[in-house]
Design a protein around this ligand. Structure first.
Ligand code: NI
Length: 140
């Protein structure tokens, strides 16, 4: 029996939709529904890791303006709260204002995603991305 399918309407700014359609053409999608289904699935998979107790390895990349008062200290203090979970950290001075910092973390999915949320909430952090993978320990 076919899976139940629900149709829903989405309102979106025309310019945003044009940009989305351009990406879809580049990725060889033939219709928007397929692309939106993939986006939803991708988002849900990410959330599963985020809430999990499973041990994962995660890489956090962030770009921030080190001129924002107190930000560097806040980031250092925050990282010290996660001692033992941050396996490695690299700092690159990108230009006059911007720093790139990459953290390699090992811990429960939930803990790692909490740190990323806290980093993103700091003023002066332009963006922070997280990619997670399994350590394989639960696959035995
Ligand atoms: Ni720097």
């Amino acid at each position: 029996m076919a899976e139940k399918v629900t149709r829903f309407g989405v309102s979106v700014e025309s310019e945003l939709l044009d940009r989305f359609d351009r990406i879809l053409r580049r990725r060889h999608y033939t219709n928007r529904s397929q692309a939106i289904r993939d986006l939803i699935r991708h988002e849900l998979i990410g959330k599963e890791w985020e809430d999990s107790n499973t041990e994962v390895i995660g890489t956090v990349s962030m770009v921030y303006d080190h001129h924002v008062r107190g930000l560097t200290q806040r980031l250092v203090s925050l990282q010290h709260e996660y001692t033992g979970k941050i396996v490695a950290a690299t700092h690159v001075h990108m230009d006059h204002h911007n720093c790139l910092e990459v953290l390699i973390m090992r811990g429960r999915g939930r803990e790692i995603s909490d740190l990323v949320k806290r980093i993103r909430s700091l003023r002066g952090v332009k963006h922070a991305t997280l990619s997670m993978t399994t350590t394989g320990s639960h696959l035995k």
